[in-house]
Write a protein that binds this ligand. Structure first.
Ligand code: URA
Length: 239
């Protein structure tokens, strides 16, 4: 692939901007300076440095973000900042989108990609990807609440009850639960339908990919990392 096209595909601006970067001597490819924007390179395993920062060519990118509270999952946020402000700008420019959304006050794992097939596979109701949450509730509860969630609760506007895959009481006000649907405000609405209220919500993981078991690098709120083939396998996804 031509160098200027290659840089454009990786999110470094228009073809013209990339050409100017190369001609200005800002770019090294596989460790070697290159000032020819039309130079051809094999993209397999290619690394490049632009403005002193090192990147590896990737046809698609897959990201995990530890979403902090107070960020909206949209490019045009209404009341808070955008989660996209937490991602490296070239990856935003290449068009990564989040897999579903978390509420502004929800924390935890949010996935992004520019691979439409991946986004569809993770969000598709048919594939039933499990999402694992920890909720702090307003009122103390007993084991009837997890039982209700496991049996299924009817949410306003839904024709059939929705049931959690698993639900467990951790202490008097903390609940963990997993769901494999992705309805709007689903966890908060399920807990409300069971007679309580979510005060804080955290998503620990998707399927076997978790912020809490070492399957991802240690991330703190606001951090993101690239996902590799092993991470994608934990999500049951093959490229
Ligand atoms: N369910 C909710 O109610 N909110 C979220 O952010 C995610 C799941």
């Amino acid at each position: 692939m031509q160098l200027e096209r290659l840089l454009q595909s990786q999110g470094f601006g228009s073809r013209k901007t990339c050409r100017l970067h190369v001609e200005a001597g800002d770019v090294r490819v596989n460790g070697v300076p290159c000032r020819d924007p039309q130079a051809e390179f094999d993209t397999a395993g290619l690394t490049f440095e632009i403005d002193g920062e090192m990147w590896t060519y990737a046809e698609h990118v897959y990201l995990a973000l530890y979403k902090p509270a107070g960020f909206e999952c949209t490019h045009q946020p209404q009341h808070h900042r955008s989660v996209y402000a937490l991602l490296p700008p070239p990856l935003v420019r290449r068009g990564v989108q989040s897999v579903g959304r978390l509420d502004a006050d929800t924390t935890g794992l949010l996935l992004f990609s520019d691979d439409g097939r991946f986004i569809h596979a993770m969000a598709s109701p048919k594939r039933r990807v499990a999402k694992h949450y920890r909720a702090t509730l307003k009122h103390p509860f007993d084991d009837t609440l997890p039982k209700q969630l496991l049996a299924g609760v009817l949410l306003t506007g839904e024709s059939a009850p929705l049931a959690a895959l698993s639900a467990q009481q951790i202490d008097t006000r903390t609940l963990t639960l997993s769901i494999d649907q992705g309805k709007y405000h689903q966890v908060k609405r399920m807990v409300a339908a069971a007679g309580n209220r979510v005060e804080a919500l955290h998503r620990a993981g998707f399927d076997a990919l978790s912020l809490e078991d070492g399957s991802l690098p240690a991330l703190t709120p606001g951090d993101c990392c690239r996902l590799d083939e092993n991470h994608l396998a934990l999500l049951g996804y093959r490229r």
